[in-house]
Design a protein around this ligand. Structure first.
Ligand code: AMP
Length: 219
């Protein structure tokens, strides 16, 4: 089963994709995580991407398409994958169609996590992750049970994304409206698009996603 999770910045794509990968034993492929790994490794691509990410803009399509194409070829994608943060432009969606056709694969369905823009800046600027295991938290909505200690691994170091500040979030929302919103319409026309309320509590969103996946997978 191959699916795409769409939605604006802070819609909860990463959080939900991590849960779905455990339930369905398919792999989360986050282009944002891949780019941050390139930045951390100091690669040439990472160097080029960093300035663009910090400005809240989208990196050029060809940079991303090559990364994702190579990643899909790896053995852990054989059971299926969840694309998180890709495709983000109609050009990327077209390129994805072509590369999947070459690999004799297809997207089974696309889910849009719908969000209310007013709440998004607060949601994004409050989030942080465990530096050891990557578990996600939020200053207001999901604090660790013991302050300063990760519930999952006991780690005591946490990090925040550099692009999760209010100014960059506004640029990311603009890029989302201009370049990514049309992507959902692209899939909807094909009859593979479903909408889930991304503003519901985290467990409720997971429940709704599983219902949609169950319904679509049964068809
Ligand atoms: P994310 O972790 O998905 O919020 O992505 C963080 C940043 O990485 C974005 O604001 C973009 O600068 C860049 N990025 C991630 N995925 C893509 C993509 N599919 N196309 C272009 N830029 C991307």
């Amino acid at each position: 089963m191959n699916l795409i999770l769409l939605g604006g910045p802070g819609a909860g794509k990463g959080t939900q994709a991590k849960r779905l990968q455990v339930t369905y034993k398919i792999i989360q492929l986050s282009t944002g995580d891949m780019l941050r790994a390139e930045v951390a490794s100091g690669s040439e691509l990472g160097h080029k991407a960093q300035k663009i990410i910090d400005a809240g803009k989208l990196v050029p399509d060809d940079m991303i398409i090559d990364l994702i194409s190579k990643r899909i070829d790896r053995a852990d994608c054989k059971r299926g994958f969840i694309l998180d943060g890709f495709p983000r432009t109609v050009g990327q969606a077209d390129a994805l169609d072509r590369l999947l056709a070459e690999k004799k694969l297809k997207i089974d369905f696309v889910i849009d996590l719908h969000t209310d823009e007013e709440a998004i800046v607060e949601r994004i600027t409050g989030r942080f992750t465990c530096a050891t295991c990557g578990a996600g938290y939020h200053d207001k909505f999901q604090r660790p049970k013991v302050d300063g200690v990760c519930d999952k691994c006991g780690g005591k170091e946490f990090s925040r994304r550099a692009d999760d500040n209010a100014e960059t979030v506004r640029a990311r929302l603009k890029a989302y409206h201009q370049q990514t919103e049309p992507v959902f319409a692209y899939y909807r026309k094909r009859g593979v698009g479903e909408v889930v309320d991304g503003m519901a509590p985290i467990d409720e969103v997971t429940k709704q996603l599983k219902e949609v996946i169950g319904k679509v997978a049964a068809c």
